[in-house]
Design a protein around this ligand. Structure first.
Ligand code: PLP
Length: 382
């Protein structure tokens, strides 16, 4: 496996050695952070240390960080918690490019709210601010009740970064709440929770070299929400259940070691890949601000499944977009929302680099991909 090239960091990133060391040590003792004995107090110290580091990393108040079992839970907790508790949101507005953790939850909540609406994106994959402005101008807060807008920070498929700091004042002016799924951004780009102005934000540890199955919901102080899990009163009764101490400690270690400046350098490799693609290939979100590690493109005639398979055989782990548990490739709603044709959605490939990507990534990827693409073209011409 050693000469394989893993280029699927947006699905999950390999565990960084520094993070693994911290986790192994945390796993070496009994760790229930609610126990009053010395072992319990040591566990509590690990959890609270991680909370402090993560809060500092995103410039958020320490008490705003609520640990969850990953990004999906944080997304679900934000939407469900703000609809069923706290402000009792009546209208859910969801961007057209949200992760399925958000869209499926919004859909499941349709009986709890008056409306679930979709806010479109531009061809570049950026939230359509003019469309949002128009919608908010006609929103009657007194009549329609509180609304929640859900916009991700960075898209998992295209890497396109959303202008959250511009969106937040529009939402406040209209009296609404803003939730930001920042799962793909954490560790890869600088995130300033306070400056962005979101009311709540979801994080996950495993997209930049932390462990899967641990994440956080960050909530503005004073904003209450209904918990999904009740019981032992952990996380100030906002998320019950014995903490995943080793996972949380690993998340904290990631917050210490992940350097967005190192990711910035990956844009050189990403750009080299894109520059070597044939002109006929459409690169999604190319002109927008993007995560430095992500490239998503469509090569007409080269089916997504085929690309993933032949590249896998050639020693490259890449993906057709968002991984889904069935392993089946569905046409991407994200690319559709950006105006992709059916042929384009069926021929997309996502390459996502990460902390362990070697400096010859672009040459190796392009050599293998171009060879396979050429073969497909020749076969279809024959
Ligand atoms: N949100 C986004 C944007 C994601 O990319 C993902 C994972 O792919 C999730 C949420 C779900 O996070 P997790 O895998 O931690 O449950």
């Amino acid at each position: 496996m050693s000469d394989r090239l893993y280029l699927d960091h947006n699905a999950t990133s390999p565990l960084r050695p520094e993070v693994r060391d911290v986790m192994v040590e945390a796993l070496a003792a009994p760790r229930n952070a609610s126990s009053v004995h010395a072992e319990g107090r040591a566990a509590k110290a690990l959890v609270e240390g991680a909370r402090k580091t993560i809060a500092a990393r995103i410039n958020a108040p320490v008490e705003s960080v609520v640990f969850t079992a990953g990004g999906t839970e944080a997304d679900t907790l934000a939407l469900t918690g703000l609809v069923r508790g706290g402000p009792n949101v009546r209208c859910l507005m969801v961007s057209a490019i949200e992760h399925s953790a958000v869209t499926a939850t919004a859909e499941a909540l349709h009986r709890d709210v008056d409306r679930v609406e979709t806010v479109p994106v531009t061809e570049a994959g950026v939230l359509d601010l003019a469309a949002l402005e128009e919608r908010l101008a006609s929103y009657d807060q007194a009549e329609d009740g509180p609304f929640l807008l859900s916009v991700m920070l960075a898209n998992n498929e295209t890497g396109v970064i959303q202008p959250i700091a511009d969106i937040a004042p529009m939402v406040w002016k209209a009296g609404g709440y803003l939730f930001v799924d920042a799962v793909q951004g954490f560790g890869k780009i600088d995130i300033d929770f306070s400056a962005l102005g979101a009311d709540a934000m979801a994080l996950s540890a495993h997209k930049a070299g932390g462990p899967p199955g641990v994440g956080a919901l960050v909530v503005k102080p004073g904003l209450s929400f209904a918990p999904l899990l009740r019981g032992g009163g952990q996380e100030l009764s906002r998320r019950a259940g014995t903490e995943n101490v080793a996972g949380i400690a690993g998340f904290g270690a990631l917050a210490e070691v992940a350097e967005p400046s190192a990711y910035e350098e990956l844009s050189g490799l990403r750009d080299a890949i894109e520059a070597a693609l044939p002109d006929s290939v459409r690169i999604w979100g190319k002109d927008a601000k993007r995560l430095p590690n992500t490239s998503c493109f469509s090569a007409r005639g080269f089916q997504s499944e085929t690309q993933v398979m032949v590249m896998d055989l050639a020693g490259f782990a890449v993906s057709s977009g968002s991984a889904c548990s069935s392993g089946k490739v569905k046409p991407s709603p994200v690319l559709k929302a950006m105006g992709a044709s059916e042929i384009e959605t069926k021929s997309s490939l996502r390459v996502s680099l990460g902390w362990d990507s070697p400096s010859d990534t672009a040459e190796r990827f392009i050599a293998a991909w171009s060879r396979d693409y050429q073969r497909v073209l020749e076969r279809s011409a024959a």
